[in-house]
Design a protein around this ligand. Structure first.
Ligand SMILES: [Mg+2]
Length: 361
C-alpha cells in the first residue's frame, strides 16, 4: 500500500484500491476495548466474530487499553469468553507503557531493581514487576518514582503519601488522564481525576503515556511487529487523536461513546475510516468525495446550505446508513475549514447524523 498520503476525501478517480476492504491495507490492528469489542460485560454485536475472522485470515490483533488496573491475562480471559481472539500478550495496557517509561528513565545508573511506588491496581504492580522494577506502596520513602494508574482499592491515605513522594521530586508517570470511568449509572472518577488531585496538591505535572499520548500506541505497534497497523477506537479525544499523534491510520467505530456531533464539538480531524461496526472493515469501503458544492458517498449525498445555521441536506435512499454519515461528516468538516461556520451550528447540524447512527444500533 502506498496511499499513506491520501486524505480522507478519499475515493479519488483512478485510485486502484478505492473500494478495497480497509483490512486489506493493514498487517495488524490496534483495537480499543470498551465501546468497540464490548460494553461492560456484553459483547458489541458482531465485534468478536469480526475480529476472529480477521485474525484467522492472518491479521495480527492487539488490544490497546488506557485501563491500567486489570491484568492483561484477566482482560484476555474476558475477551475469550466473549468469543474474541486474545492472549495475555495481545493485551497492551497503559500500565505496561508507563512501567516501560519509568524503567527507561530511572535505569541509567542502576544495577539494582529501581524501587517504584505502584499507585494503582494489580495491573500497575505487575507491569512494574515485568520491567524489573520493585513495586512498593506509597509509604516507601526510598522510592525513586511513582507510577500512577487507576486502582479501585486506593485510599485517601495512599494519595496523601504519594503526594509526599511526588513533592519530594521523584519521577512521576501517569498511565492515562481519562477524567471519567463510565459506569452503567453514569460516570465515576477515572485516573485523570486522581491525577488532577495530585497535580493540585503538588503543583507538578506527570509524564502521561496512555492515549492520546503516543507511547501506548508505540508499544502496541512494537507488539504487533513489522508491518502496517490500523488503530481502531470509539473515542475521538483518546483513540483517534492518539492514533494521529502516533502516526497511525485510524478507524472510528460508531458503537461507543462518541457520535458525529462529538467530532464537530471536539473539532477532531476526520479519521481515515468511519464504520458502524468492525465487520465493515472486511467489506469494500466507499469513502466520501467532493462533488460540486457537495459530497458523495455511495448513493448518498450531503450538502451544506449557505444560510445561517448551516443546515445539512442529505440525499439518497431511505433509510440513510453509514454512507450518509460519511458524506455528512465530510461536508461538515469541509464547512469547518472553508466557510468558518461556528462550531455550535456544525454540532447542531451533525445531530441528524447522530440520529442515523443511533437508529441503526
Ligand atoms: Mg473505548
Amino acid at each position: 500500500m502506498s496511499d499513506e498520503d491520501e486524505t480522507n476525501d478519499g475515493a479519488a478517480p483512478g485510485r486502484p484500491d478505492a473500494d478495497e476492504p480497509p483490512i486489506c491495507g493493514y498487517d495488524g490492528l490496534a483495537c480499543d476495548l470498551d465501546g468497540v469489542v464490548y460494553h461492560g460485560d456484553q459483547a458489541v454485536p458482531g465485534a468478536p466474530e469480526a475480529l476472529s475472522r480477521m485474525a484467522a485470515r492472518g491479521t495480527a490483533v492487539v488490544y490497546v487499553t488506557n485501563n491500567a488496573s486489570r491484568l492483561p491475562r484477566d482482560v484476555a480471559a474476558s475477551l475469550i469468553s466473549l468469543g474474541a481472539p486474545a492472549t495475555a500478550e495481545s493485551v497492551v495496557t497503559s500500565a505496561q507503557a508507563g512501567a516501560a517509561r519509568v524503567r527507561r528513565l530511572v535505569a541509567a545508573d542502576r544495577t539494582e531493581a529501581p524501587v517504584v511506588v505502584a499507585l494503582g491496581g494489580p495491573g500497575v504492580r505487575a507491569a512494574l514487576d515485568a520491567q524489573g522494577c520493585r513495586p512498593v506502596g506509597p509509604e516507601a520513602d526510598e522510592a525513586v518514582a511513582v507510577l500512577q494508574g487507576y486502582g479501585p482499592e486506593l485510599t485517601v491515605q495512599d494519595f496523601a503519601r504519594a503526594a509526599r513522594r511526588i513533592s519530594d521530586g521523584v519521577l512521576w508517570v501517569a498511565t492515562n488522564t481519562d477524567a471519567t470511568l463510565p459506569q452503567p449509572w453514569g460516570n465515576a472518577p477515572g485516573n485523570g481525576a486522581y491525577v488532577g488531585l495530585l497535580q493540585a496538591v503538588t503543583g507538578r505535572d506527570p509524564i502521561v503515556v496512555g492515549k492520546p499520548e503516543p507511547p501506548l500506541y508505540d508499544l502496541a505497534t512494537e507488539r504487533l511487529g513489522a508491518g502496517r497497523a490500523l488503530a481502531i477506537g470509539d473515542r475521538l479525544d483518546t483513540d483517534i487523536d492518539g492514533a494521529a499523534a502516533a502516526g497511525l491510520d485510524a478507524a472510528w467505530v460508531l458503537t461507543g461513546v462518541h457520535l458525529p456531533s462529538d467530532l464537530m464539538r471536539l473539532q477532531t480531524a476526520l479519521p481515515r475510516y468511519v464504520v458502524a461496526g468492525l465487520a465493515e472493515l472486511e467489506l469494500p469501503y466507499a469513502a466520501a468525495r467532493a462533488d460540486g458544492d457537495g459530497w458523495v458517498c455511495g448513493e448518498h449525498t450531503a450538502f451544506i446550505e449557505p444560510e445561517v445555521g448551516a443546515p445539512l441536506r442529505l440525499g439518497g435512499p431511505r433509510p440513510p446508513g453509514i454512507e450518509a454519515v460519511r458524506a455528512g461528516l465530510a461536508a461538515l468538516v469541509a464547512a469547518r475549514h472553508t466557510r468558518a461556520v461556528p462550531v455550535e451550528d456544525l454540532v447542531a447540524a451533525a445531530r441528524q447524523l447522530d440520529d442515523i447512527v443511533t437508529a441503526a444500533r
